[in-house]
Design a protein around this ligand. Structure first.
Ligand code: IFM
Length: 471
């Protein structure tokens, strides 16, 4: 989950131990990640890498507006140029291929492919057609997200996700794009991280469109989930051979003490971060605890909405980054109690791989109909520098190794996990933190657009090569 300022601190990571340096990456021989049908790829998103915001008929998005508003994004950064991927996509696909990555998760920019009347914008569509065709030619599996936060501004001007009509406009967009790209996509995800769109966008205003009201957050969430539910049958009809799913960010909440009140606080944290999204999708209902935590915020739900939202899924995408330690805050539910002396990333987020394992095992117990899982994002930001042509991102290597192990443990405990996408293929526009925070396994020099493969990417490539050699 990106950019919740409450989770950012100045803590610096401790040094990485010697044995990790000696054997930086390769999973142990009995790891399930050696299975060649476990897909290993990398992920990006349109606004974070494409740039070219005024080209070929692209319309403004809420992130163009938000990032142009003083004080909203660190250093006044915007996605106007980003990694210039719109012009450099061929070299970027070559980069993916040279690393041996088997999957690529990207998103389509809604304002690039439709005009204000929802009609196709041919030039924008052609960009994605060329990109997907090249990826297919290279044998790379494609996971395409329809909405990674770049809502067309003209829809926000009519209420954005607070307006139920946006859900229907999204279904129209899903219809158009899946007709156009049918047969070119291996897996469709409707939304990326509705928690961030609803809570950060409409609940606390840290993200576009920057509104801050608890009732807005729950209503926006309802319309986002409705949009998802309306789009799933459309995608099935238009592109039957592909998988259909959604991507949720999940958060681990642990109790600061063993007291019943703190344990309840940790439970409420996970209701707010996980069950708020997963219960409607997998049980067809909102968790009632959510409205105890946020009284008076029940969204307007029309007859049939919950059945629409609970449309069966082929996969669930899970994005995991960190845990939050919490204590009871009386009527306010929970408050963060940051732990001291723990390893943190450039975002200030705690490195806590067990949280991923524990959440996955917990979901497998809670949801009888849990679909197959892909880890659609996992990774970390570090203040990476190019020194003598190399980027030695030791902490990321260790981070990835430990999260691979967490995934392996969850698989061995019975969770059906089919793949893992690193966040991110390259450093990019990290929303409210602009370009300062670097999540890539490839370094970007924003003044020259030079790409430099980091050591973590070399480790992943080496592992993939060894795995391939075993076939
Ligand atoms: O960069 C974001 C991404 O867009 C969505 N998931 C979290 C990442 C890191 O904050």
């Amino acid at each position: 989950m990106a950019n919740d300022a409450s989770t950012v601190s100045d803590a610096r990571p401790p040094a990485v131990s010697n044995d990790l340096l000696a054997d930086p990456f390769t999973p142990p021989a009995d790891s399930t990640l050696w299975r060649t049908n476990f897909l290993l790829g990398a992920a990006t998103a349109s606004y974070q890498i494409e740039g070219a915001v005024n080209e070929d008929g692209r319309l403004p998005s809420i992130w163009d507006t938000f990032s142009a508003t003083p004080g909203k994004v660190l250093a006044g950064d915007t996605g106007a140029v980003a990694c210039d991927h719109y012009h450099r996509w061929e070299a970027d696909v070559d980069l993916l291929t040279s690393l041996g990555l088997e999957g690529y998760r990207l998103s389509v920019a809604w304002p690039r492919v439709t005009d204000a009347a929802g009609k196709p914008n041919r030039k924008g569509l052609d960009f994605y057609k060329r990109l997907l065709a090249r990826l297919k030619e290279k044998g790379i599996q494609t996971f395409v997200t329809l909405y990674h936060w770049d809502l067309p501004q003209h829809l926000e001007d009519r209420g954005g996700w607070l307006n139920r009509d946006t859900a229907y406009r999204f279904a129209d967009y899903a219809d158009l794009i899946s007709r156009e790209l049918a047969g070119m996509v291996d897996a469709w995800a409707t939304l990326n991280e509705p928690w961030c769109s609803a809570y950060l966008g409409y609940g606390n205003g840290h993200h576009a469109p920057g509104l801050a009201d608890g009732r807005f957050a729950t209503q926006a969430m309802h319309h986002l989930l409705l949009a998802h539910g309306l789009a799933i049958p459309v995608l099935r009809a238009n592109d039957p051979a592909s998988q259909k799913g959604i991507v949720a960010n999940i958060g681990r909440g642990t109790a600061d003490s063993d007291s019943a009140a703190d344990r309840r606080a940790a439970h409420l944290f996970e209701v707010q971060h996980n069950a708020w999204i997963l219960d409607p999708l997998l049980k067809g209902e909102y968790p009632q605890d959510l409205f105890e935590l946020w009284p008076g915020t029940e969204p307007l739900v029309l007859d049939g909405d919950m059945q629409t939202i609970a449309a069966p899924l082929d996969f669930l995408g899970i994005n995991y980054y960190f845990r939050t330690n919490v204590a009871s805050d009386g009527a306010r539910g929970f408050r963060d109690v940051p732990l001291e002396g723990v390893e943190r990333t450039q975002m200030g987020w705690e490195v806590y791989p067990d949280g991923l394992r524990d959440l996955l095992i917990g979901f497998n117990r809670t949801y009888a109909n849990l679909p197959p899982i892909y880890i659609t994002e996992n990774g970390m930001a570090s203040d990476d520098k190019v020194v003598d042509g190399r980027v030695d991102d030791t902490q990321r290597i260790s981070f990835l190794k430990r999260h691979f192990s967490a995934v392996d443990q969850a698989i061995k405990a019975g969770v059906d996990i089919r793949g893992y996408f690193l966040w991110s293929l390259m450093d990019n526009f990290e929303w409210a933190f602009g370009y300062e925070r670097r999540f890539g396994i490839v370094h970007i020099d924003y003044s020259t657009q030079k790409r430099t493969v980091k050591r973590s990417a070399e480790c992943v490539a080496k592992f993939l090569k060894e795995r391939q050699a075993r076939i």
